[in-house]
Design a protein around this ligand. Structure first.
Ligand SMILES: *[C@@H]1O[C@H](CO)[C@@H](O)[C@H](O)[C@H]1NC(C)=O
Length: 119
């Protein structure tokens, strides 16, 4: 009888210890992001000149301007954990030509990144 009471206490203790570190991990995973590196040539080769992270917010369609001033001709998107499409525009204010970075897709695009928003 004493043994099983101790066992139950141990199980409860183990469960409560396990539950605590789960929260920060879930919070990290619940913020989808896309990492991007900017390259001088048109094919994402050579030394990258700058990088940035696109953060998918819970509010849908905010336009974010890209403040990057270094010259570049292509951008490689990687580590894509986004659940929505990122639409990337050539000019600021989400205007000009655009291309779509689909959820989970890592790829090179040869276009200026003036601004972007998640659809
Ligand atoms: C981008 O491409 C243009 C046209 O090919 C070229 O003149 C320019 O030097 C390139 N930019 C960089 C940073 O290499």
């Amino acid at each position: 009888m004493q043994f099983s009471t101790t066992l139950v206490s141990l199980v409860i203790a183990a469960l409560s210890v396990q539950a605590m570190p789960a929260t920060p991990v879930q919070e990290r995973q619940s913020t989808p992001t896309i990492y991007a590196r900017f390259y001088p040539d048109g094919g994402c080769h050579g030394d990258w000149v700058d990088d940035t992270v696109f953060v998918q917010s819970t509010t849908a369609t905010t336009c974010v301007n890209n403040g990057l001033t270094s010259p570049y001709n292509s951008t490689f998107f990687s580590g894509n954990t986004a659940t929505r499409t990122l639409r990337v525009f050539s000019a600021s204010g989400c205007t000009g030509n655009y291309f779509d970075v689909l959820p989970g897709v890592n790829n090179c695009f040869a276009q200026h990144v003036g601004s972007s928003r998640f659809l």
